[in-house]
Design a protein around this ligand. Structure first.
Ligand code: DX5
Ligand code: ZN
Length: 218
């Protein structure tokens, strides 16, 4: 896809220095930041919530784009607090809500872009009815909950199908994406690329980010 964007996931960064880690990613050429919110209920892990986002916004200024990946039950609960804290996009899980339509509307009314995520076990047909109302579809390429897992190549048909049906939709992949797997994501049609450990563990995040972007944009 032309014009791929790279959004590092800071989940596996040094969380005691989160602001500095985000800055390091932005200085290394990140197009946006993918911020993983986990509630210990929707997924078996806990990270952080809107107070941390508010602090990051203060430290990083108005420019960086915050894509909030909300791995939480009852995502309705955090729309307003996240908007107030400075989130730009609210990406919720289809599996976590009974009423995606109302949630989409609420996110827009709070001035944020809308992302809709599906777990590996959810078929893409469930997402399709909402595709014309959202800004971005997130096709998970690992079970959400932890960084550093193995990329699930068998999710690529979902990406390809969405790309075929909705040519102008932003499509994000998340989980196990790095220099070894970016080709598959690009070929399938993803244009928003989340990468956590592959960037964080590198000595040279700038070159990993630019490699991912150039392969994806071929
Ligand atoms: C997993 C998170 C991902 C994860 C990506 O639940 O949603 O954003 O941090 O990290 P890597 O690239 O290491 O799989
Ligand atoms: Zn994520």
């Amino acid at each position: 896809a032309s014009g791929c964007k790279i959004g590092p996931s800071i989940l596996n960064s040094d969380l005691a220095n989160l602001g500095a880690e985000c800055l390091r990613m932005l200085d290394s050429g990140a197009d946006y930041l993918h911020l993983d919110v986990m509630d210990g209920h929707f997924v078996p892990n806990i990270t952080f919530g809107h107070p941390v986002v508010e602090s990051l916004r203060k430290q990083l200024g108005q420019d960086p784009f915050f894509d909030m990946h909300m791995m939480v039950s009852r995502p309705e609960q955090w729309v307003k607090p996240m908007a107030v804290a400075g989130a730009n996009q609210y990406t919720f899980h289809l599996e976590a809500t009974e009423n995606p339509g109302a949630l989409i509307k609420d996110i827009r009314e709070n001035g944020m872009k809308v992302g809709l995520a599906i777990k590996p076990g959810t078929t893409v047909e469930y997402l399709a009815p909402w595709a014309n109302q959202i800004d971005m579809a997130l096709v998970m390429t690992v079970e959400p909950g932890f960084g550093g897992q193995k990329f699930m190549e068998d999710m690529m048909p979902k990406v390809h199908w969405l790309r075929t049906q909705f040519p102008s939709l932003d499509i994000e992949v998340d989980g196990g994406v790095g220099p070894d797997t970016i080709h598959k994501c690009a070929e399938a049609g993803a244009n928003m690329i989340v990468s956590g450990s592959a960037i964080m563990r590198s000595e040279d995040p700038r070159s990993v980010i630019s490699l991912l972007r150039s392969v994806c944009s071929e």
